[in-house]
Ligand binder design. Sequence first.
Ligand code: 6GU
Length: 224
Amino acid sequence: MEIDVLTLFPRIFEGPLDESILKRAQKSGLVAVRVHNLRDFTHDKHRVVDDKPYGGGPGMLMKPEPIFEAVETIRREESCVVLMTPQGAPLTQERAQEFSRKPHLVIICGHYEGVDERVREALVDEEVSIGDYVLTNGALAAAVFVDAVVRLLPGVLGDEQSAGDDSFSSGLLEGPQYTRPPEFRGMQVPEVLLSGNHEAVARWLAKSARQRTKERRPDLLKED
Ligand code: 6GU
């Protein structure tokens, strides 16, 4: 997969890319992530990327020209152009899976009070929000989005199983998990997990996942 990120703050985005799994995924060629500064697509002396909204109101909007120039330079026939905005459809595990099947994502990070509507009209294929709260900067949201998508690419997680067992991919939260030692400060690992009885362990894991989901996220159990 290839990902191009368009942002006013490339450094915000770079930190998360340079650690751990995202770093390894890039090194091993499973994904290529390129971060572009939108100011590089301006042509005026002061490299202006924002302007006042028509009709007044507080704050500034991102101007259309640099975004159009960047997207038109970078996108190809098969690209999916994503706008990060709190107005977008909320990111879910299912949507992350759909995005992970795209060959090329071009991600526009919103900033200020938003972007000129013509960007939406003419360039954007999908709008993504990462939740019902407001961030100052779409680059933070884009880093979350890229992480959620890239870890689903084949080969990115060491053990092919580990994405399948995640909370949400089964529609349930994961239940409690334990590692050694079997007793720690008087707290015991449940006996069944030490039993070596694979069927009993599987039943216990399934039951505790259902129970945890019922307690914490009953909305996930509702039929739709
Ligand atoms: Cl994508 N952008 C901003 N600025 N805030 C958000 C968001 C995105 N998703 C949730 N909050």
